[in-house]
Structure formats: C-alpha cells, structure tokens
Design a protein around this ligand. Sequence first.
Ligand code: ADP
Ligand code: ZN
Ligand code: ZN
Length: 736
Amino acid sequence: MPITVLRLAIPSPLARSFDYLPPAGINPAQLVPGMRLRVPFGRGQAIGILLGFSHVPAVPLDKLKPALELLDNTPVLPEELMRLLNWAVQYHHHPVGEVYATALPVLLRQGEKAEARHKSCWRLSDSGHHFDAAELDKRAPKQAALIRRLQQYPEQGLLAEQLAEVQGNWQTAMAALVKKELVHMHTAPSLEQGLGSDTQPPQLNPEQQAALDHIHQHRHSFSPCLLDGVTGSGKTEVYLRAIEQVIADGKQALVLVPEIALTPQLLDRFRRRFKLPLAVMHSAVSDRDRLNAWCYARDGEAAIVIGTRSAVFTPLKNPGIIIVDEEHDTSFKQQSGFRYSARDLAVVRGHQLNIPVVLGTATPSLESLHNVDLKRYQRLHLPQRAGEAKPPRIRLLDVRHQRMEDQLSEGLLHNIRAHLERGNQVLLFLNRRGFAPTLLCHECGWTAECRRCDAHMTLHQRLRQLRCHHCGSQRRVETQCPKCGSVDLRGLGSGTERIEQALREHFPDTPVDRIDRDSTRRQGSLEAILDAMHDGDARILIGTQMLAKGHHFPKVTLVGILDGDQGLFGIDFRAGERMAQLITQVCGRAGRAEQSGEVLIQTHHPEHPLLNLLCQQGYSAFARAALDERRLAALPPFSHMALLRAEANDAQLPNEFLEQALDAAAPFNPGPVELYGPVPSPMERRAGKYRAQLLIQCEQRAPLHKMLEGWTLALRNLPLSRKVRWSLDVDPVDLI
Ligand code: ADP
Ligand code: ZN
Ligand code: ZN
C-alpha cells in the first residue's frame, strides 16, 4: 500500500512546507486539506495546516514523524481561502506557514476549536404565542410554567440561566415543548444584532442610482469598480443599498475599512439600516469574539462582516460582494511579516469568487486610477455632495513674511476669529503630535536625539517627557543641556500639543479640543471629543490625520491646514500623493450640512504647481498630473517594485548581506529587472538596529516575479542570511 505523506504549512521562516505521517489511529481518508494537525516541531510542538498529500516524501521515510493529533473534523480553511493564500504565497514570495498563520484568528493558531461559543436561547413559536398555558396545568405543570414565563418575553426569549430561575430541572420540560413546536431553540449569538430602525433611507440621486445599478447588473461576476466620490457624496449610502441587494439574494457582504475609520458612527449606520447580525472585527475585539465572528461568517450566520485589514481572510459561506472603503488608505498594507495589501487581496479574492468588488474613496490611489485607465476597473463617479451640502472653497494662504507663532499666521488667526464670531466651529490640521518635534539648546545648538534611532526625540511638554515616535523609547526632559550645561532648552517647532496651548492663549473664552494619538489614548476619550464637537461644546478642534477619517463635523465652517508644505518635498515618491489625500480628506470634514465651508492652506510655496492644482481644480486634477509625473519617471503604477530590507545590530552586516544578494540576483535576472542599491535606509538606525535596502524595479510584472521566485530561494542559502533579519516587500507602499 502506498504511504500517505502529509504536506503541512507551519509558521516558520523557512519557505517550504513540512512533511509528516498521519497521526496514529487516523485513517488518511479522513484528512482534508485545510484541517489543522498538532505536530512535533524542532524541540517542541507546532500547529500546522494540511496543504495536501504526496506519496514521495521530501526526506527519507525513516526521518518522517507522525503528526500527534488531528484538531479538526472539517477544514478550518475552505478551499476558496486556500486558493487565495496560495496565490499570496506565490505573489509575495513569503513563507507559506507564515502566510497561513497570518490568515487565521489567533485562537485557531493556538489550537482552539473552530466553533463559535454561543448561548442557546428559547423563544415561543407562532403557535406558542397563542397557546393557553392552562391546557398544560394538569398534565405538565412544569411545561406550563415555562410557557408562561416565555410569554412574558415574546421578543427576546430566554437564556438557559434565566430558565433555570423558573425551575431547577427545566431541560426535560423544555425538550417536550420544543417537540410540540411551541418553542424554538435559537442560538443567541455573541454577534452584533442590527436594529433596522432606519426605515426611510434617502432617495438616491441619479449618480448614486447609476452606481448602484452598475453594481447590481454585475452582481454575478467579477466586476471591480472604483466608487470615486467626494466626501459626503453618498458612497456609504451606495454601499448600504448594494449590501441590501446582496442580502436579498441570500448572500453575505464583506466590508473592509481602515482601523481608524471603523468608528461607532459607521457601525451605528449599519446597525440602524439592517436588522441582521453583523460580525465586527478590529483590533479592540477580543480574540474570543474575533473567533466567534469568524465562525459566524463561515457558517453564513453573519450577513455582514465589517472589519479591518486581516478581515479580508474571513471565510464566507455565501460571498456576494466585497467592499473596501477608503481604498487609498495605507493601513490596508501590513507593514511587517507577511506584507500583504488587504485591498489588493480583496480584488484577487473577488476575482477568484467571481463577485463584485467595490473600492470606494474620495481620493483614489494612483494605482486604482491607473487600473481605471487600463479598463481593469470601472469608475463609478459621484461628483457632488449628496443632499444640500456645498463643497468648501479652498485657498492657499501665503505665510511668507507674515508674523507666525506656533504655526499660526496672522491671516489664519484673523479668519478663525471671524468664523468663531459667526458662531461656527473651526478645524485645524497638523500631522505632527507632541509639543515640539525636538528640544534645542539655545546656547550651543545641541538637540535631543533618540539613543536607538537616527531621529529626534519629540518633546511632550505636559508629560515632561521626550519620546521617540519611531521606536517608542522615552525619557524625562533634560533640565540642563548635556553638552554645555545651559538651562536654556527650548522646544523647536510645533506639534499639536503646543498649538492647542497657543490657541487657548489666543482664544481664552473658546473651548479648544485636540485629537491625536496622545489625547485619545484612554478608552472613550475620542468619543467624548467627537460628542463635544457635535454638541457644539467644543469650538476649535486641532488634530492629526485622525481627523481625516470617517468623522463628520457638520458645524465646522473653517478648516485650516497648518503645514501645507509637509509632504511637498518628501523623500518617498508617494509623499505628494499622501499629502494631497490628507488635505482633501480633512477638507471634506467641513460644512457638510447647510453651511458651506472654507479651507485655508498655509504654505511657503504658494507657486507650487501641484498644490495650486489641488486647490483650484481638486484632487482629480492633481491625481492626473501626478500620474503623468509617475509615467515620465517610470515609477509605480507604471512600473513594479519590490524592496529587500535587511537589519542587524551590526552596522556593516545589512549592507554586506544585500551586496551578496545583489550578486546572487544576476543568474535569475531575465534582463529587464533593475536593481538599485544597496543603500542605507532613510533612517539608517531604528530601535537600535542598522538598516539597509535594495530596490528591485521592472516595468513589467512578469519578469520581476520570475526573478523573485528563484532569487528568494537563493537568498535563504546566502552565508549571511541567518545573521541579518531580512524581508522582501512586494509592492512596497513606502520606501523607508
Ligand atoms: P460618503 O460616504 O461619500 O462620505 P455618505 O453616504 O456618508 O457619504 O453621505 C453623506 C451624508 O449625506 C449622510 O448624512 C447621508 O445620510 C446623506 N445622503 C447620502 N445620500 C443621500 C441622498 N441621496 N439624499 C440625501 N442625503 C443623502
Ligand atoms: Zn547646550
Ligand atoms: Zn527611537
């Protein structure tokens, strides 16, 4: 009889799968790819996922060990997801075990049963509602008592512990009632239940209707579309309607949003619209609840799954549509380990499933616009704000020669005052938290640097701390210059904390609030600030990019961008695109109700062509021009990139490893692939490690991937490959 060898994916930096024999006492015919097995691994144990079988082991038979235990009766990963993961393994040239591990909820990685733990709940059936309990009083008094109690809770039904309060041994009586079909048992899901209270959604405008019609007409096929609509144009309304139709077809919707945009407001909107179970997955959801949500999605019990990046790997029983909101957001890209893009994987998954994928945004990524140009994506355009809201007027504020303290020019202060006097609210944006970007000695010029990074420490005045925003290290603020002993130490430049303080001085009678990662660390504090803005208790709000996501501030009539030049001269070729997206998103927060808004962008470069284009003609015009620049420079999306990064405690090793890698590339390079470097990373030392990188670029994707395939295998055999930490990033979103 031929032996059966199991091929398993086991989390490990090794790129290959691992071979085992079936566990003792298990008939190999029982095994299906996607099941988990516990196996001996190294000196300990590991949990692997069955990828497939082979009859020719990769190692001698006597070296093969049997797996210890089969953990599942049915695969935890359906075939469809395995296909997606196998695609990702090939595309990202990443170890299969790590890819599979990334896709599973933490508890499944640890060996937990792939079952939702839910509570059972008993509710009256239709006949039970009208049943006269007195009929049972003689023959079955226990059943009568249960019916009476349940009739007090006709809607919700009762849980086991509540029934136990009625009588001790209630189970037998209840079983009889269920048999008579007077009572149904339900599972009370630990699953969000929508209210469906919002029964009168707005009438769609013609553009929204056209977008919805397109999605509906293509609902049975892979049809990626870019829902390109300014903030407030009613994209979310289109998602809700499209989901409604999908659910009417008996299918499920998967909605991906950036972490920071998954706000209570957004969830409320879904809950109000749908009287259906929602599975929610984000970083604050406990591991148990995440596994529950995962199981409910897999079993088809959750009609809608809303989650952040890793939710793209949620199994779905009846997938009907995938929606990616804020598709331009870089948080869809995982920045460590298996560096996938959830947006791009959503499109691949939609393709494999043959269902529509909707990428929505007010500021499309240049990649997605390019895909529209190539006719890969259909553009659905919502050019106007829905309802009555008017778009804001945008102006550049030339701050050259103006008196300017703490990033607040006289011109801006004047405008803030005017808007406040009219009873309105003001939003100010600066993408830099803390009090000041660094601490400077006025006597000798010393600046506070991080001991572990090539970076300045940020001054956090209120905490009397210096913090590094790159590695997280912190220390108390020096009171004396360590170099010259002077006590004249000053914060150089401004962050949001300093501006908040300055605003309080300028406007002593006006309530000022701040939104950034420091001010919202405590649970509930973000909600409190948002509520204060909504109720009008706060009048001026200063914040970082957290402002750009999802929140609506209908009473804001003035938006001030304090540093419009941030990003104009970034080292990364995407810096300009990011800045334009941020500015546009922040602008979109203003004047959403009946009052129209005004945006002022402070700049030292009022002639800058792209900045002018953005202000005068908006994001689309900016994006067209930026795409032209990319084409001329043969940068993505007109070429494809991968970045090989290496880091080590030793300053030389990363560079040496990359030199070896460069030499090793030649035999695999079919010709057109260009390699640049190695060079030190823009921040060479971070968190105590020295870092270097090698950029790989090619105008066509196929030769690039062909080369990466052979090369990554060769890299693992390089002498230094175990002395440095290295990683390959296919389609990197930043080059640092
Ligand atoms: P986006 O997702 O593009 O920012 P939303 O869907 O959140 O836009 O819509 C912005 C606001 O306009 C919301 O308050 C929404 O209820 C409202 N709205 C959306 N579509 C319409 C419409 N067709 N008529 C009136 N109001 C609408
Ligand atoms: Zn000094
Ligand atoms: Zn640091």
